[in-house]
Design a protein around this ligand. Structure first.
Ligand SMILES: [Zn+2]
Length: 317
């Protein structure tokens, strides 16, 4: 059977992304490419559905441009939320309560920013063309951003941070798909498709987190990658309606189940910025869906995130 040929520009973009985000595993990535010969394609821009990526046959990875745009928009918003709130959050002393987030100086603006995107998600899903998506304030369009500041030295510090965060989230998704392809080609797919999803999330997480020390001793690198991972996981929730957050499908575990499994594996300090980011995003999500926020108490931001996720799980029941 003739093999599908991928999009050469997309393959180059994928390559650049992985090499920039995970420089310490460049050789490994090149070997994986040689061995598994992945071909990357964009889905035709069809309204009506979201998917992160999917595998056709044993070598084609298809991405949805529409979904990637949403991830991009969330990445930029997530960075703004963190910037606005991190200092205030770090001044808090335990116990951490929901008030920690809700009473932040800029929380009202941040709620609005999150609501702006979440509120737009349905519209983006159904819009006849992705170009008609009204971008939230402060979020540049992908092509406009790259054309304006293709040279990283010309980006502001904030733009670069938001860009890095988004790239890390995208790398997580890409590596997840790569593991599907590896399992397919090696004929090692677990019989239970849910197990396969968890295995692919684990692969992506380990790929991004396990060998950072080879290129950097800076703890901020670990933190930034964790932030990319939590923002990618958050998008899983934000793309769906609360009614299905806790419902597994035939192919996929519930979004809540996946988020919980991933954050259990995150080997980062209890006070890491990634927890602050995830906490802010989850509070924004709950507030957007008008969920009554219970008074939660935890001794660390990590503890609070675990409780918030559980809370999100009950909203959907
Ligand atoms: Zn998958």
């Amino acid at each position: 059977m003739e093999k599908t040929k991928g999009d050469a520009n997309l393959a180059r973009a994928v390559d650049l992304l992985i090499q920039n985000v995970v420089p310490e595993r460049k050789e490994e990535w090149n070997k994986l490419k040689q061995q598994y010969e992945p071909q990357f394609l964009f889905d035709a821009d069809n309204p009506g559905r979201f998917f992160m990526g999917k595998i056709i046959g044993d070598n084609v990875v298809i991405f949805s441009a529409r979904t990637l745009d949403v991830i991009w928009a969330f990445g930029f918003t997530a960075w703004r939320m963190l910037e606005a709130n991190a200092a205030a959050l770090f001044q808090q002393v335990p116990p951490y309560t929901l008030g920690t987030f809700v009473k932040l100086p800029d929380q009202a603006n941040m709620d609005e920013a999150v609501a702006d995107i979440i509120g737009n998600v349905d519209y983006i899903r159904c819009a006849p063309y992705i170009q008609s998506f009204v971008w939230p304030d402060g979020v540049p369009r992908v092509d406009e951003f790259l054309a304006r500041v293709d040279d990283p030295t010309k980006r502001t510090k904030e733009e670069q941070a938001a860009y890095d965060l988004t790239c890390m989230g995208m790398a997580f998704i890409l590596l997840h798909e790569m593991q599907h392809l590896i399992l397919e080609k090696d004929r090692k797919k677990p019989a239970n498709p849910h197990e396969e999803e968890y295995a692919c999330d684990r692969f992506a997480l380990e790929y991004l987190m396990k060998h950072i020390d080879l290129t950097s001793a800076d703890p901020r690198v670990l933190s930034k990658r964790a932030m990319g991972i939590v923002s990618a996981m958050f998008v899983l929730l934000a793309l769906d309606i609360p009614a299905v957050w806790a419902s597994p499908g035939p192919e996929h575990p519930s979004a809540i189940g996946r988020v919980q499994a991933v954050i259990r594996e995150l080997d980062i300090p209890d006070y890491d910025l990634a927890w602050i980011l995830l906490g802010s995003l989850l509070v924004g999500l709950l507030r957007h869906h008008k969920s009554i926020l219970p008074d939660l108490f935890a001794s660390t931001p990590k503890g609070l995130c675990h409780q918030l996720i559980e809370r999100v799980g009950t909203v959907s029941k």
